[in-house]
Design a protein around this ligand. Structure first.
Ligand code: F0G
Length: 358
């Protein structure tokens, strides 16, 4: 039997229309987001004694999972007659908002914490034509400011406090179930503002209610230790981690995230920057380049495995939320991703490969 080589993917609004709040008036916005690869991780699977899968959300059009929620939030903003979207962001939300606003012919205003956004993300937002304000404050302060601005000006907030964002982000859970034929046993997700873990859980519950899956997975969320507000049980005024995407001290979807881990039988835990860095390099050895924050999911899985909390043979999905190319500085710093320079001749190459001075 010959499998179809390629069928056109229409984007999540069309693909999952029956599960999304779409009306006849919702514009058919799409950059073909979704349908991201679910890649087996044989090395990690062997090491842990489980069946480990990586959901490559960095393969979305702007290189992160944010596109799933953003396409719906921007389409609904357009449907409601809004002309401007606004968000606070550690980088990925702003890149995504800028792209979909450009596509929809809307204005995008983004507030980012000055000095704490990875280079690629800044470049993206700029290229898509967003108006960028780098504020002297962290993400939590920028988000508070966005809420204030939205009280006074005619703008649509497209942070995950916009309910359409989480609705759209559920589709990643749908895809995993569609690919595996049922829900996995466990899902490991990095947690920053806590929207994504809440959205995934909602997706599994929705699919279960619709009879698409027989069970729901246990949800495990991982915050960076220096920004682990939920784990500690109190907001952190000055969150710190090199994984800038999740450098958040007062998550907006805190309650929903706690509900997700509790009702699924999972847990919320913290991983150190060292553990994140180790997982970031480890994932690259599987041939997958994710950004540091994304590696928190794998760092968390390794931590669970070390404490004997991964049942043998369990099916585990680690969500790799963003593309490694967004943050070249981290790769250069941690992965020594700078080349060795040699003379352009055979002798120099042979010497270099033999371990000598080139
Ligand atoms: N991973 C990446 C790569 C992210 O960019 C984010 C959040 C998360 C994980 C955490 O997801 O907030 O739903 O818990 N980035 C937001 C932003 C805050 O502004 O791009 P969450």
């Amino acid at each position: 039997m010959t499998a179809a080589v390629h069928t056109r993917w229409p984007g999540i609004l069309e693909a999952y229309r029956r599960f999304l709040p779409i009306t006849d008036h919702t514009p058919p916005l799409s950059l073909c987001e979704g349908n991201t690869p679910l890649v087996a991780a044989p090395g990690l699977s062997r090491e842990i004694g489980a069946s480990v899968w990586l959901k490559l959300e960095g393969c979305n059009p702007t290189g992160s999972f944010k596109d799933r929620g953003m396409v719906l939030a921007v389409a609904k903003a357009l449907e409601e007659g809004s002309q401007t979207v606004i968000c606070a962001s550690t980088g990925n939300t702003s890149a995504s908002a800028a792209a979909y606003a450009a596509r929809a012919g809307m204005r995008a205003v983004i507030l980012i914490p000055d000095g704490y956004v990875a280079l690629g993300k800044l470049a993206q937002a700029r290229m898509y034509g967003a108006e960028i304000l780098a504020v002297r404050g962290n993400f939590d302060e920028a988000l508070a400011l966005v809420r204030e601005v939205a009280q006074r000006l005619p703008v649509t907030v497209v942070n995950s406090i916009n309910p359409y964002r989480l609705e759209g982000q559920q589709t990643a859970a749908f895809e995993v179930c569609d690919a595996l034929g049922d829900a996995p046993d466990m899902v490991c997700i990095p947690v920053g503002n806590a929207g994504n873990i809440s959205a995934w859980w909602r997706g599994f519950v929705r699919y279960h209610e619709a009879g698409k899956i027989r069970r729901t997975p246990r949800m495990f969320g991982f915050e960076a230790e220096g920004a682990a507000a939920i784990v500690r049980g109190e907001p952190i005024a000055k969150p710190e981690t090199f994984a800038t995407a999740i450098r958040i001290g007062n998550p907006a979807s805190w309650t929903l995230a706690v509900e997700a881990v509790e009702s699924s039988g999972g847990a919320m835990d913290a991983v150190t920057d060292d553990e994140i860095a180790e997982a970031y390099l480890r994932v690259a050895r599987e041939g997958v380049f994710c950004e540091p924050a994304s590696a928190a999911s794998v760092a968390g899985l390794l931590k669970l495995a070390r404490s004997g909390r991964v049942p043998p043979g369990a099916t585990v999905v680690c969500v790799l939320t963003g593309n490694g190319l967004k943050d070249p500085d981290s790769a250069i710093r941690l992965g020594q991703a700078t080349p060795r320079v040699v003379d352009c001749n055979l002798a120099a190459v042979e010497t270099a490969l033999a371990g000598g001075d080139a």
